[in-house]
Write a protein that binds this ligand. Structure first.
Ligand code: UDP
Length: 326
């Protein structure tokens, strides 16, 4: 199978590329390295086994000619290229909206032209600020006002979902939509705000752990390799076409507790500092207080259950970052 991964040099994309290469697929990556990095895929490019099966293009998905060629070549497309991380969305709102909306439209247009099956990586952000759990794919969504730019990310990803579903309805394009819940693991960088790599880096340097707000907000983390396997599993099933699936973990944890656990597991002398949101992100910010997926739908279809529990995820991230620290 020939597989195109947009954003394949990113954190999730690189793990997905690795899985596809292990499966024996031919993998085509396109990445503009805006948040992705060659460091994420160099070990794959250097691997003799993959010498004639991995092709990397450094370019934007908005480049029509390049995407035309790549989409025409491949059998499946995993569309992961997007603006990532709350911090990036707040710092570069226009670029983020543009790449999410125009980029996805471009991918869908070309997939439709060649009738290629495509998976769109959406996000748990689309649910907005729910307090109930677990979140089911058919739940209503609740956003804050447009003055609070965090929601532009959710809205742009929701538009991506609508566009994909519209291509399915109008042109019978085979689309699969996944809402990813806080995916974590080795190679994720804290540079765009992601909490686990940030806390682990801070702990390994014995620096204060920066908990935003009062730390009672919760998240449910998923190991990136479990996510990559789920994405491939969904693409293999015809019943997934035209459907939206949560992909997430089952262990809800507060950010305050996460900080304490990381300090304990690293044996760090870090203190835990509580930083008001306003100081971390400016005035126009609001957080999501709770985010827990229902994974019933994906479990029913492909038997998905997360294999890696939170402590094991943390152990692996700590080991990876410890090694990189030298
Ligand atoms: N967070 C934090 N300190 C940090 C980075 C993040 O307390 O240094 C919090 C953030 O406010 C959110 C949670 O950790 O409540 C998860 O943040 P992340 O950016 O990883 O993902 P999100 O779920 O917000 O997309």
């Amino acid at each position: 199978m020939k597989i195109l991964i947009t954003g394949g040099a990113g954190f999730i994309g690189s793990h997905l590329a690795e899985l596809c290469l292990e499966r024996g697929d031919e993998v085509y990556i396109i990445d503009d390295l805006s948040t992705g990095s060659m460091d994420n895929i160099r070990f794959l490019m250097d691997d003799e086994r993959y010498r004639n099966r991995l092709f990397v293009t450094i370019d934007t998905i908005l480049n029509h000619e390049v995407m035309l060629e790549l989409t025409g070549t491949c059998d499946w497309v995993f569309h992961l290229a997007a603006a990532v991380g709350v911090r990036l969305i707040l710092e570069k709102p226009l670029e983020s909206i543009r790449i999410n909306i125009q980029g996805t439209e471009k991918v869908l247009e070309l997939c439709n032209k060649f009738k290629k099956k495509v998976l769109i990586a959406s996000t748990s952000e689309v649910y907005g600020k729910h307090l109930h759990a677990p979140l089911v794919e058919t739940d209503n969504i609740i956003y804050g006002p447009s003055s609070k730019f965090r929601w532009s990310y959710a809205a742009s990803k929701l538009m991506d979902e609508f566009t994909a579903l519209a291509y399915h309805r109008t042109h019978d394009l085979k689309v699969v939509i996944t809402r990813l819940f806080n995916t974590v693991g080795p190679r994720q960088t804290g540079a765009y705000g992601m909490v686990i790599p940030r806390f682990v880096t801070q702990a390994l340097h014995n620096e204060p752990i920066t908990v935003y707000g009062d730390g009672t907000q919760t998240r449910t983390f998923t190991y990136v390799k479990d996510v990559a396997a789920a994405l491939v599993g969904l693409m293999e099933r015809e019943e997934a076409v035209g459907q939206v699936f949560n992909v997430g973990g089952t262990q809800e944890i507060s950010i305050g507790e996460l900080a304490r656990r990381i300090v304990a597991m690293t044996g760090s002398s870090s203190t835990i500092d509580f930083i008001p949101y306003e100081k971390a992100f400016g005035r126009d910010f609001e957080d999501m207080q709770r985010r827990v997926p229902s994974i019933e739908k994906i479990h029913r279809l492909i038997g998905y259950t997360p294999k890696t529990d939170l402590d094991e995820i943390l152990r692996r991230v700590i080991a990876d970052m410890h090694q990189k620290k030298g």
